[in-house]
Design a protein around this ligand. Sequence first.
Ligand code: SF4
Ligand code: SF4
Ligand code: SF4
Length: 520
Amino acid sequence: MKITIDHHRIEAKEGMTVMEAAAAAGIVIPAMCHIAGVHNHPSCMVCLVKDIGRNQFIPSCSCLVEDEMLIQTHSPEIRELRREALELLLSDHVGDCEAPCQRSCPAHMDIPRMNRLIAQNRLQEALDLVREEIALPWILGYICPAPCEKACRRGTIDLPVSVCLLKRITAEDDSRRGNNLLIKVPRTGKRVAIIGTGPAGLSAAFYLLRSGHGCTLFDQHSDPGGMLRSHIPEERLPRHVLDAEIDVIRNMGAEFRMSARIDDRRFEETLLHDFNALILATGNEEQKILHDFGLILDEEGIRVSRTTFGATHPGIFACGTPASKNQMAVRSVAQGKNAARSADHFLRTGKPHGPLKKFNSSFGILRETEFETYLVEGSRDKRTEPAGGLRSGFTIGEAIREAARCMHCDCRRQEDCKLRNYAGEYQAHQKRFIGPERKMITKVSGHPMVVYESEKCIKCGLCVAITSREKEPIGLSYIGRGFDVRINVPLKGSILEALTRTAEKVVQSCPTGALAWKSK
Ligand code: SF4
Ligand code: SF4
Ligand code: SF4
């Protein structure tokens, strides 16, 4: 047979689906509920294409090719239909891609995953994870007002998880072991000047060094730390903690030039000529000079792009206090990181780049009737108070106990969930077709490794087909009728009995987070 897809003439075999014929010719059609070799129900409709001859939209994963078919896979109209299909799926989808704590952390730290690692006494891995987003975890473990704890779901049941102290112990434990951070990436030979050694400047240096760039930090004061040293008293932030985290950055290769005033001559002769990029992360003193060099100032300070932190002058970035005043240290730390990532992108490609915003499903408030469901994955212990007081923080035993209270509100497929990825790509809105009443959340967690959350299921039937093909004695099945149909274990069996040999295959095949590994 000969068919035409997007103006390409393609040989196709009888019995092939349109999607298979397209794939054989290297044309990728998006799909959620289809994987090669497994029978599925076309339920997501993201694979819609247009049969031009019939002037119809068809699901390409199930429609078979016909001779001289004329198929179009991309157009604004098709894009809109796919977006609508996604929005319909999302309208009764109940789940949080990212946990509320992570969404409310200005540095976007992956808190539930940190908690899982701490609960398993894997503190080094927990610290590595924390440092993906927070350069100064020990310092912030003392001074952060913890907006994440205000958003913590556990707070609706009893008291929030003590996230801030948990983060603190990962860094404290590391310092007890005397570890030094080694930089494993090749050096780029590029040099960045950072003006200011407060939380934003230190954070920017940390991430630039990790990307292989050289960093020199300038500060008019004699000791680094900026507002962390000048505005926060020793009682709140012990100086050995501040010095230790600055030493981590020094040991990574940062050069500190203290008691250095940046005047016009120095700015032009030294900074602009000797460095490949410049990050301003300090108070207001340098702003006049910046103005002289064409940087636009307003009453808020230097004007920079809100997303890339790039100023009007290429290669100059601003974060922390000059970009916006009176902010939490964690916000400065986050801005320093984002400015560093944008500067890194600029140094590699010539263009700054802001952080990517991903789609986030969220269901809002946990109902009282759902407390039991959520507590299935968290210990019922009361919030752990450190026996030695707040300043001493947790012992490792206390930290393990407290981390176990986390209820894992995040979705453990958030990185590879096709629904999330396509919702982002097609800019779908979750609330467009939302009904008046959301479904009640269920978590089936009787399997040691797998958790099943039916309200995230799109009823593609892949898991049903796999458990049947692999001859599971019980397996999974469609239960109920019409709108109320759901996937579950038949005959009131347990999920452990349903997935005796197919756990890995069904988790891998599920296009959403309905079936996921617990430990992710
Ligand atoms: S299943 Fe996908 S879209 Fe739903 S909460 Fe999980 S990651 Fe987000
Ligand atoms: S219970 Fe855990 S995952 Fe849920 S919001 Fe609190 S810290 Fe985050
Ligand atoms: S649990 Fe996953 S694989 Fe099974 S029907 Fe639902 S979405 Fe499809």
